[in-house]
Design a protein around this ligand. Structure first.
Ligand SMILES: NC(=O)c1ccc[n+]([C@@H]2O[C@H](COP(=O)([O-])OP(=O)(O)OC[C@H]3O[C@@H](n4cnc5c(N)ncnc54)[C@H](OP(=O)(O)O)[C@@H]3O)[C@@H](O)[C@H]2O)c1
Length: 281
């Protein structure tokens, strides 16, 4: 099995690196320097030199707020570049693995979203990721299209790191309590993806840690674990003026994933505990 990773310096890419080293899997890790996924010819030229069984695309434009104004870049990286990689994967007969997000949904459903629900994004970021989904479905011959939510891992900034940073030297912190989803550890995503792609059950999947919570619940859990003594205040999203709207309830139903990989992912508390241990070490 020979694997190409794009966007390898990010959270998920870094955890794939570690997993494939442990598993002894042959894997080439690339980020901007080696493959800018928006450059079709350069990407094709690079990929043509090897023979990959899988192209795993971890590259993305993930700045949700910035995407409101810089939407063309978001569309380019999250949408048009996905078209590039899907075409290249076809040409070189590789399976294409791509990630999308809970933010393709509007968050009004109140119960977890299944793979059968119709996306309806409420931000430019969500729109750009939905365009990427369309590119995968329309173009790739063999693909795994995997939606994730609230990802956190060692390789980049994320909510856990930010909450710890914001709490430093503060006595009070406000966190939104009307955004709900499943925090998901990129180590668990990497492992579940690996187990998934070893099958040939191509298609659309949701992969998240089990259970769900609000941003406030998650922050409380993190800050209790690190022994913060301050006061955490639950607040509505209206109190924080951000350029992009976020869905209120964007929990993904992993229905169908367990059938193929044989297990549910650990719950988000367990995942957060392991990440905090990783941060310490
Ligand atoms: N983070 C989340 O909460 C979340 C939630 C749901 C779904 N997802 C999806 O899960 C996947 C993995 O996310 P992640 O959190 O691991 O992302 P990440 O940490 O932001 O990593 C993405 C990597 O891709 C690189 N990149 C950006 N544009 C590129 C380009 N044109 N060519 C090559 N590399 C490029 C980034 O470089 P720079 O950092 O220098 O830009 C970064 O190293 C993405 O598809 C993401 O949209 C993430």
């Amino acid at each position: 099995m020979k694997i190409l990773i794009t966007g390898a310096k990010g959270q998920l890419g870094q955890d794939f690196k570690q997993l494939f080293e442990e598993e002894g899997i042959s894997c080439i890790l690339t980020d901007y320097e080696e493959i800018d996924i928006t450059d079709f010819n350069a990407a094709k030229n690079y990929i043509s030199k090897y023979s990959f069984d899988f192209i795993i695309n971890c590259a993305a434009y993930n700045n949700v707020d910035k995407a409101e104004s810089d939407w063309q870049t978001a569309y380019k990286v999250n949408g048009l570049a996905v078209r590039n990689l899907a075409n290249i994967a076809n040409e070189f007969k590789a399976v294409f693995v791509h990630y999308s997000t809970d933010y393709v949904f509007d968050g009004t459903k109140k119960i977890p979203y299944t793979i059968f629900d119709e996306p309806c994004p409420i931000s430019k970021y969500g729109e750009s990721k939905l365009l990427g989904e369309k590119m995968v479905r329309d173009i790739a011959d063999r693909y795994f299209l995997i939606r994730l939510s609230w990802a956190f891992g060692i390789g980049n900034v994320n909510f856990v790191k930010k909450i710890i940073e914001w709490s430093n030297g503060r006595k009070e912190l406000k966190v939104v309590n009307d955004q709900v989803s499943s925090p998901t550890y990129t180590k668990d995503i990497a492992k579940a993806t690996f187990d998934l792609i070893k099958t040939n059950a191509y298609g659309v999947y949701h992969i998240t840690n089990s259970k769900y919570c609000s941003r406030y619940d998650w922050a409380k859990y993190i800050l209790d674990k690190v022994g913060w003594q301050g006061k955490l205040v639950p607040s509505p999203s209206d109190e924080f003026k951000t350029p992009a709207k976020r869905p209120e309830f964007s929990v993904l139903d992993n229905f169908g994933t367990k059938d193929i990989i044989g297990y549910d992912l650990p719950n988000w508390e367990n995942a957060t505990d392991r990440f905090l241990d990783e941060l310490k070490s």
